[in-house]
Design a protein around this ligand. Structure first.
Ligand SMILES: NC(=O)c1ccc[n+]([C@@H]2O[C@H](COP(=O)([O-])OP(=O)(O)OC[C@H]3O[C@@H](n4cnc5c(N)ncnc54)[C@H](O)[C@@H]3O)[C@@H](O)[C@H]2O)c1
Ligand SMILES: [Zn+2]
Length: 367
């Protein structure tokens, strides 16, 4: 998939065994550069060695760096450790960062690349379903801070994205499910056929079937790319990618981030579809269809959080305008409502009813 970006177009390649083509891709998009390969501790141990060997065999200078796996590492502190290590090791303006990992790695290493010596190229090599389907495409990079997730960062489009679906074999099943929630979201906002494809292939996808993943990642990236190249810096249309995320982010925060992002967004999509149905914007039956497909991926979509707690976080949404949260509403599966802008305010009572329907109260202590 070719993605248009202000700094230059880039290709997202999806397929089996693509890690071997890393040297060829680098020679094409970042010739003559030394590679700083950044991974988390899990992915580094599983796939880092192979990546280093292929690059070294092709005569490309490479040094590997890793950081402890997990969202807790997506911080300015890890960013500063990595940038210091690169400087200590003599990396200069001829650096190309290669981010090999999940969305934490592609966001963090992307931010290292965006800021290192005021910006060096990055090639994204996503290894989780979420990073292939969502995080590695679109150029958003950044870190989490005390006030919230992703609040410090930069737009930094990659030179290339290489999604080798074979590495998903080592990804835990629950992580595959989390990423696939975003694929269903891409279908829900723009493409009913894609929604049906993900739903049909759900079992094979959860098992990590590489061919099923190749089809779904490719189609999902096509959808996301189509949106981000029309609105790279999120002035308008790109907001539709936030379907399910206004409620989802509030649910995540209310769970103190114990609820995984995909599960939170699953509840958020069903809740926001119910809001649309209550307002007469969304065709009736849409929320139910969404819930059926999402349940096959993540189980019960209702979030184990206190709905009142979630409401407290809604006003703090970073996309809120004047402190009032806004929601992307569907017309139906595959169609987003756009007649009042891509995101709109929703009356309090409608939000409250939707939140009540997608929460089941906090887990009892000690559970
Ligand atoms: N920039 C964007 O547009 C964008 C979009 C969506 C999400 N994100 C970000 O993505 C992050 C979440 O991404 P994630 O879910 O991939 O998290 P992650 O990077 O933490 O990966 C999840 C887990 O899977 C492991 N893993 C990854 N690939 C593996 C593989 N092939 N085999 C075995 N284990 C593997 C990781 O080590 C980690 O433990 C969040 O920080 C979120 O903010 C960014
Ligand atoms: Zn998301």
């Amino acid at each position: 998939v070719q993605v248009g970006a202000a700094v230059g177009d880039y290709a997202v390649t999806v397929g089996r065994g693509l890690l071997k083509s890393l040297p060829t891709v680098l020679q094409a998009v970042a010739p003559g550069r030394r590679v700083a390969l950044i991974s988390d501790s899990n992915v580094g141990a599983l796939h880092g060695g192979a990546a280093v060997d292929t690059l070294a065999e092709a005569g490309i200078g490479v040094r590997a760096y890793d950081f402890p796996a997990g969202e807790a590492s997506k911080t300015r502190r890890t960013w500063s450790i990595l940038t210091d290590r690169l400087l200590d090791d003599g990396f200069g303006r001829d650096t190309c960062v290669v981010a090999l990992g999940g969305g934490v790695t592609t966001d963090l290493a992307g931010f290292v690349a965006a800021t290192f010596l005021r910006g060096v190229p990055v090639v994204q090599v996503p290894t989780s379903a979420l990073a292939m389907i969502d995080a590695s495409v679109g150029g958003k990079t950044g870190v989490d801070v005390r006030a919230g997730k992703n609040l410090v960062g930069a737009f930094h489009a990659p030179r290339a994205v290489i999604a080798d679906v074979e590495v998903l074999a080592t990804l835990p099943r629950a992580e595959r499910a989390q990423g696939l929630v975003e694929a269903l979201k891409h279908g829900a906002i723009l493409d009913e056929g894609h929604f049906a494809l993900v739903d049909d292939l759900a079992d094979r996808l959860l098992d990590g079937d590489a061919d099923a993943f190749a089809r779904v990642v490719l189609a999902s990236v096509e959808i996301k790319a189509g949106v981000v190249q029309r609105d790279e810096f999120e002035g308008g249309l790109r907001q539709i990618l936030n379907f399910g995320h206004t409620l989802g982010h509030a649910l995540e925060a209310a769970s103190s981030y114990r609820l995984p992002h995909g599960s939170a967004v699953a509840a958020g999509m069903v809740g926001e579809a119910r809001m649309g149905e209550a307002l007469g914007v969304t065709a009736s039956g849409t929320a139910e269809r969404l819930e059926g497909a999402l349940r096959r991926l993540v189980g019960d979509v209702r979030a184990p959080v206190d709905p009142r707690e979630a409401r407290g976080y809604l006003a703090a949404d970073k996309k809120a305008v004047g402190g009032r949260p806004r929601y992307v509403l569907l017309e139906g599966i595959g169609r987003t409502a756009g007649s009042e802008g891509w995101a709109r305010e929703v009356p309090e009572d409608v939000v409250e009813a939707a939140l009540a329907s997608v929460t089941r109260g906090p887990e009892p202590a000690g559970a």
